[in-house]
Write a protein that binds this ligand. Structure first.
Ligand SMILES: C[S@@+](CC[C@H](N)C(=O)[O-])C[C@H]1O[C@@H](n2cnc3c(N)ncnc32)[C@H](O)[C@@H]1O
Length: 274
């Protein structure tokens, strides 16, 4: 049975309320595909039956699972290259020059998915900086509890490792764990992973020197993007650096950022006095 319009509208409203993710009309197929495993697990015939069951008696665990199933967790190592290679070639030297020798650098991966982004950052810093573990802390957050748990675990399948992780880095920073690869303990210690909804008031964190807010603003409407950029800015150092995804920009969204070209990509810095 195709998903009834009332069921789709209920899921759409729930997902928007809980995550700010916009599910435009026409995304019924996405809702069906993402919720079918949950329906099957509960022994229900189809997604419509699942939605009606949860809608008539909502419980926090089921609604959370529905919202999480509608997040897109696509990610890879060194995604788009330059936002990561320029961290050690340009951003880090500038940040280190501006801080005292005992100041800890704080980096935030603000929609970390299964952890490839924060561990890419951790590997680069470990290779570039003596005593990286003492000098840097990386905060990794995501809306999805499952993704936060995966980031904490730091375990990846062969298929995941094949997506962009250079072989020398695999050899240097991972060990085999059954048919998975486990990130070295010193890198895991650099990262604190927790749940955080960017579309809600943010917890006290930072101040961050560098923020990776990549490939997540695309899911939100304009006013949500504006609110998130404002809240992120409040948690950043005035001379901090923000990396967005390749299809994302502050231009036309929030004019309190200065765009800086870095390699073939760009970073954004809080505009002074804005
Ligand atoms: C496409 S992934 C991007 C992962 C990584 N930043 C990258 O560029 O490869 C988007 C992530 O944003 C998370 N997300 C979606 N809505 C969110 C929200 N309101 N607050 C925090 N994270 C959210 C999803 O759970 C998902 O893991």
């Amino acid at each position: 049975m195709t998903l009834p319009a009332t069921s789709f509208d209920w899921v759409r409203a729930l997902v928007h309320r809980e995550s700010a993710i916009v599910l435009a009309p026409g995304k019924e197929y996405l809702v069906e595909a993402r919720l079918l495993p949950m329906a099957r697990q509960l022994g229900l015939a189809d997604v419509g039956s699942l939605v009606e069951k949860v809608r008539s008696r909502p419980d926090p665990d089921s609604t959370r699972r529905i919202v999480e199933a509608l997040t897109t967790n696509e990610t890879s190592w060194f995604r788009d290259g330059d936002p990561f290679t320029t961290l050690t070639s340009t951003v880090l030297p500038s940040v280190l020059a501006a801080r005292g020798p005992n100041e800890r650098l704080q980096i935030w991966s603000a929609a970390c998915s299964s952890g490839q982004e924060p561990y890419t950052i951790a590997m680069l810093l470990e290779d570039a900086l003596p005593n990286a573990g003492q000098r840097v802390s990386i905060t990794a957050t995501d809306l999805s509890r499952e993704m936060v748990e995966r980031t904490r675990a730091g375990r990846f399948s062969q298929l995941e490792v094949n997506r962009g992780l250079p072989a020398p880095m695999l050899v240097r920073h991972f060990t085999r764990a059954g048919n998975e690869w486990e990130v070295a303990a010193n890198l895991r210690r650099m990262i604190t992973a927790s749940e955080c909804n960017l579309a809600a008031p943010l917890p006290r964190m930072g101040p961050f020197d560098v923020v990776y807010l990549r490939n997540v603003l695309i899911y939100f409407d304009l006013s949500t993007k504006q609110a998130i950029l404002r809240r992120v800015r409040e948690l950043m150092r005035p001379d901090g650096w923000l990396f967005l995804g390749a299809a994302e920009t502050t231009l036309g969204v929030d004019d309190s950022w200065e765009r800086v070209v870095l390699g073939r990509s760009s970073a954004y810095r809080p505009l002074k006095g804005a």
